[in-house]
Design a protein around this ligand. Structure first.
Ligand SMILES: Nc1ncnc2c1ncn2[C@@H]1O[C@H](COP(=O)(O)OP(=O)(O)OP(=O)(O)O)[C@@H](O)[C@H]1O
Length: 597
């Protein structure tokens, strides 16, 4: 696996942002431009709103001669209209901005999801199975959720930035000197708020930790009732728990006081700031450098400033979280499969009849140093049925997995019709193999669709013929919607035996020359067992079949039985030969098939 993007000492954010742009955002250039246009329009509307208040208040200020100034008549008519129009315009661009920019986020998520899934489909099984599956699924669930939050907040942050610029320009236009004064005042009055915020977070963590400790003590104490009662430790425990309850009470009270102080402190600070502004403004108005209307507009602008300023304050945290989720998602996109077609690989060329399969000195391990298959030599003659038996963990399923190249052998060769499987294309090998596994994997679709996975272009006649051959047609016809009946998640609406027959029908439809059959271990009722047995016989006829056998009837019918133990083939022969030999098979058969042997 290569990981070009890995956490490093240097800040990965610029690199991630660049990559996000190149691989995900650039197709949305047009929509991004529109969305930015809306943001600028919104900022413009706010700017206009501030100046409109100034114009209105300038018009409505009483003068000595009359109750209104000269342009009052205009203001009385047009003031309300202007505010209304600006409000409507703001509402419309706000809506447009949210829909376009968050719409881009939603589309981007779909793209990344699709890309990740496409990548996963190409990966080796080893990279996605077992331990690998959980983290991969979490890329789609947890990381996607985090990314979604960021994708909502990032455009809001840009919008807040643009709005802030508009408001600051308005403040400068109204009175640059007063604006400078605000710039100096704000950091000073802002300090207590920051300090309070830190205290609240600190205390909050403390409370969380104490709750954890208390839970531990409580659990210990409640579970230890037997001990407490028999040793009469009640008083000791009451004191011990009492101290913990008291500590919690004390912490919660502190948190309460500090939380309760938060709002009042903000109010006081706001009052101090506004008082300072009014104080300074009073001097400037008195000196004729500023009008009362300027001051009103200035205060309106200050009020408008707080929302975008708060939004920008929390933007960074949201972005950082989003980027780390994105990094983990890119990591999936950067993975590469190791089992691939060799350059210039040709299709497997198949003989007219079924092909033979040969294993030559095959060694295999999932992890280095833990060999699973150790020197497998095995020939499955063309058209024959070979049964694999052996204790659990012997390596039977692993041997199966090597044939369609789900996993790669460490050494040795596997040949189909004389061609090494790693020299031909993956698609042609997988086309030549029908796999019927014991868990009979069905997807949440109709019965018909599940069979058709065998061969997508099969017509209804072929579909029905396959179902008949698999002894599935009758039960399917009896379902409420016949072939159109949904099977439910993992085929839960069908019985175990029915699921297996659907899986068999799929293999009939695929009509591949090689059959890999992993028999069900779960017991079926006698009727299902008989139907499946007969279907299997029909399916194996004229194909080269390798079967992991769990049933007596299968081993008795096999041309050859290979007994595996700890990664090796330890015995081969027919059922009768192996029973007579009295080795591992004889013991296994006695255990597994009981008196039947
Ligand atoms: N995907 C995997 N990753 C790592 N180890 C695995 C994996 N699959 C199987 N193994 C290990 O390989 C060994 C052989 O397993 P395998 O499934 O091939 O045996 P089996 O003979 O088919 O057993 P069973 O009849 O129980 O299915 C076991 O020790 C198992 O734990």
């Amino acid at each position: 696996m290569d990981h070009p993007i890995s956490p490093s000492a240097s800040d990965p954010t610029p690199r991630l942002a660049l990559r996000l742009w190149r691989e995900a955002l650039s197709p949305y250039k047009g929509r991004l431009a529109i969305s930015f246009g809306f943001m600028v329009a919104l900022a413009g509307a706010e700017f206009a709103f501030i100046l409109a208040t100034q114009w209105i208040f300038a018009g409505l200020s009483p003068t000595e001669e009359s109750r209104f100034t000269a342009n009052a008549a205009d203001v009385v008519v047009w003031g309300p209209v202007l505010i209304l129009v600006l409000g409507l315009f703001q509402a419309a661009v706000f809506y447009g901005q949210v829909v376009t920019s968050q719409g881009i986020g939603i589309s981007l998520m779909r793209d990344v999801q699709q890309k990740m899934y496409d990548r996963i489909l190409t990966l080796d099984l080893a990279q996605t199975e077992g331990d690998g599956a959980g983290p991969l699924v979490s890329r789609f669930t947890n990381d996607m959720a985090v990314l979604r939050t960021s994708l909502v907040r990032a455009p809001n942050g840009v919008r807040d930035g643009v709005r802030l610029i508009g408001i600051v320009v308005a403040l400068v236009v109204l009175d640059p000197i007063l604006f400078l004064a605000v710039l100096l005042i704000y950091p000073v009055v802002g300090l207590p708020v920051t300090w309070l915020g830190k205290r609240i977070r600190h205390l909050g963590r403390h409370v969380q930790r104490q709750i954890g400790e208390l839970t531990g003590v409580l659990t210990e104490s409640v579970q230890g009732r037997r001990m407490i009662t028999s040793y009469r430790l009640e008083d000791y425990e009451r004191r011990r728990l009492g101290e913990a309850f008291e500590e919690r009470h004390r912490l919660l009270h502190r948190l309460l006081r500090i939380n309760a102080a938060n709002e009042p402190v903000i109010t006081v600070i706001g009052a101090v700031a506004i008082a300072a502004i009014i104080g300074i403004a009073a001097f400037r108005i008195d000196a004729g450098l500023m009008s009362g209307a300027d001051l009103v507009a200035f205060l309106v602008a200050m009020a408008l400033l707080s929302a975008p300023a708060r939004g920008l304050g929390t933007l960074n945290a949201a972005l950082q979280e989003g980027f780390s989720a994105l990094e983990r998602m890119f990591d999936v996109l950067d993975r590469r499969p190791t089992i691939t077609d060799r350059p210039g690989a040709r299709s497997l060329s198949l003989p007219a009849g079924p092909p033979d399969i040969r294993f030559e000195g095959v060694h295999f391990a999932y992890r280095e140093g833990e060999p699973i298959l150790r020197g497998i030599d095995l020939t499955v003659p063309a058209g024959a049925t070979v049964a694999l038996v052996g204790p659990s963990g012997a390596g039977k399923s692993s041997l199966f997995g090597l044939i369609p190249r789900l996993y790669e052998a460490e050494s040795g060769r596997i040949l189909i019709a004389g061609q090494a499987i790693d020299s031909v294309t993956l698609a042609s090998i997988r086309d030549a193999i029908a796999l019927v596994s014991q868990d009979a994997v069905l997807f949440d679709d109709t019965v018909g669709a599940n069979i058709r996975f065998g061969r997508a272009d099969a017509d209804d006649e072929a579909l029905k013929a396959a179902a008949v051959a698999a002894a599935a047609h009758d039960f399917i016809e009896a379902l409420p919607q016949g072939y159109q009946t949904p099977v439910g998640e993992r085929g839960e609406k069908l019985s175990g035996g029915q699921r297996q027959r659907v899986a068999l029908a799929r293999a009939f439809l695929k009509d591949a020359p090689i059959l890999l059959l992993d028999e069900a271990t779960a017991a079926l009722d006698a009727e299902s067992e008989r139907l499946i047995d007969e279907a299997l016989k029909r399916l194996a006829a004229g194909r080269t079949t390798l079967v992991i056998a769990h049933r007596l009837s299968t081993v008795c019918d096999a041309d050859l039985i290979c007994v595996m133990d700890r990664g090796q083939i330890v015995e081969t022969g027919t059922h009768a030969e192996l029973v007579a030999k009295g080795g591992l098979y004889a013991r296994l058969a006695a255990l597994q098939f009981g008196e039947a042997t």
